[in-house]
Design a protein around this ligand. Structure first.
Ligand SMILES: [Zn+2]
Length: 259
């Protein structure tokens, strides 16, 4: 399949998934949403910038990476049941990469300047999953060339992972009310809102925990799981700082570090 076909499939799948959760969280909200709609416009604006720029920056970067692999996988890895097993291993490795990249965004001051834009959101819903500074999206795509080229990942695998990651992000940022027992069971395997909302709790200790994006076990394996439990009234955002205007968010990475 060509890059264009894969990207069109990704946009269609993630678009339908997002629309479903966007409507559902408004019909069955877990936490009462704020009355102001200003953050929705800020999140939509940041997403629009990424959406418009990605085809010219992120997609060519990924395409370049899969054309400059440092070794070639033997044909035996690309056939039948072996191919499926290899795909599963590749997806797990990309998930571990994403965990450590997220942790680096919190720990390395100049990377935090980019990621802070995502964390300044003072409420969470599906639109928070779209709220990233273009600089973070470009940096993540550039650094992901390392696993792509070292593991000799096929383009299809990278796009499948992107679809899973985006669908997971929409889900775990969402404000959808879920049956408690169902969410507790699911959170043993996947990152659910009950886990990720703690990562957005406006308490430094919780902000620097729960880094996993897809599979929830990495925070237990790498000792970064917060013991805190999600409450509907918990303060979302960052400790001691407030959200910014749209322009302020775009310029934030160029400003002084405030955390
Ligand atoms: Zn984070």
């Amino acid at each position: 399949m060509t890059l264009e076909t894969l990207l069109a499939a990704k946009t269609a799948i993630v678009g339908v998934w997002f629309a479903g959760f966007f409507i559902a969280e408004r019909l069955a909200a877990a936490a009462p949403p704020p009355s102001s709609k200003a953050r929705l416009f800020r999140n939509a604006g940041l997403w629009l910038i990424v959406f418009l720029a990605a085809p010219f920056i992120v997609a060519p970067l990924t395409a370049w990476g899969v054309n400059h692999l440092i070794w070639k996988r033997p044909d035996a890895m690309t056939m039948g049941a072996v191919a499926l097993a290899v795909l599963a291993v590749d997806l797990v490795l990309l998930d571990i990469w994403t965990y450590w990249l997220h942790r680096a965004y919190h720990r390395v001051p100049w990377m935090w300047r980019l990621h802070e834009v995502h964390h300044r959101d003072e409420f969470l819903d599906t639109t928070s999953a779209l709220r990233f500074h273009l600089g973070e999206v470009i940096l993540s795509a550039a650094l992901r060339l390392i696993p792509i080229m070292v593991l000799a990942l096929p383009l299809t695998t990278v796009i499948i992972f992107e679809i899973l990651l985006l669908c997971s992000a929409v889900f775990h940022h969402s404000n959808l009310r879920l049956p408690k027992a169902f969410e507790a069971g699911l959170s043993r395997i996947m990152v659910t809102p009950s886990i990720h909302w703690i990562h957005h709790h406006a308490i430094d200790r919780d902000t620097n925990s729960n880094y996993a994006s897809l599979l929830s076990l990495w925070d237990r394996v790498f000792a970064s799981r917060s013991p805190a439990e999600r409450r509907p009234d918990m303060k979302i955002g960052l400790q001691g700082v407030e959200d910014q205007s749209f322009l302020g968010l775009i310029l934030m990475p160029l400003m002084r570090i405030k955390k």
